[in-house]
Write a protein that binds this ligand. Structure first.
Ligand SMILES: [Zn+2]
Length: 247
């Protein structure tokens, strides 16, 4: 048996048992596995990894693990000083688009509310999510570490929190989206484009009080759901301001 030592930096420690966080992790192996296989066997899904130094040299996922090697594994972050041209997975061009794991319906609505193109369906299988991500260069958001380890997934993020509001904040921070928040652009229900619409065109669909008190309306171009700046709007604005202030 051979041994290599791994050091995981920053938030990658979230995937380690508490007793191993911030410490060197010994990994025993046969043959010469790819460094990616060792990283995932220890518990860290590859989409969370932004850089790998093997014996102080930047390497790619397929690099064979060397006996007695020391591997430093880094998450994405502005503090990362990498050699020119080195990247494990170039990010898709902005604006980023997302595909969400099942059970994340509230996060899907929140991201759409903030203007981020987000696919979500309670019937998606893991395979479908991975396929959509691959075909459409979407970022996978999930609470399932096993899903993120699927080979074809290039970009993804494991939501640390189980709390809905905190999850949205995590995504905004991780992908630095503060300046791209653009509400009333996407339908919360279907992700279709939302456009302003004259009040008289949607009058029949409005509750009586809404007809009386509101003048500005928006409609989804796909499912035709009508939106207006109702009671939840102030709450939503406060949340958006809170997010923007973090930047
Ligand atoms: Zn819609």
């Amino acid at each position: 048996m051979r041994t290599a030592t791994f050091t995981f930096h920053g938030v990658l420690n979230d995937f380690l048992k508490p007793s191993k966080r911030g410490k060197h992790v010994a990994y025993t192996f046969d043959g010469s596995p790819a460094v990616k296989d060792a990283i995932e066997a220890i518990g860290v899904p590859h989409p969370e990894v932004a850089a790998i130094l093997h014996n102080k040299v930047p390497v790619f996922f397929s690099h064979p693990l060397q006996p007695n090697g020391h591997v430093h594994v880094f998450p994405a972050g502005p503090e990362l000083d990498l050699p020119e041209g080195y990247t494990l997975a170039a990010m898709p061009s902005r604006p980023y688009r997302f595909v969400l794991d099942v059970h994340l319906g509230t996060l899907a609505s929140t991201l759409r509310m903030l203007g981020f193109d987000t696919l979500y369906d309670t019937n998606y299988s893991d395979k479908e999510i991975a396929h959509i991500a691959q075909q459409e260069q979407r970022i996978v958001l999930t609470r399932d570490i096993v899903l993120l380890k699927q080979k074809v997934i290039v970009h993804g993020y494991w939501l640390r929190s189980q709390h809905k509001t905190e999850q949205a904040k995590e995504v905004i921070r991780r992908f630095n989206l503060h300046q791209e928040i653009s509400p009333f652009k996407l339908c919360l229900r279907c992700n279709g484009a939302v456009r302003p619409i004259p009040k008289e065109q949607v009058l029949d669909e409005l509750p009586t009080k809404t007809q009386l008190y509101f003048q500005e309306f928006y409609q989804c171009t796909v499912c035709h759901k009508v939106y207006w700046k109702g009671s939840h709007y102030e709450h939503m604005q406060a949340f958006i301001e809170e997010l923007k202030q973090e930047s």
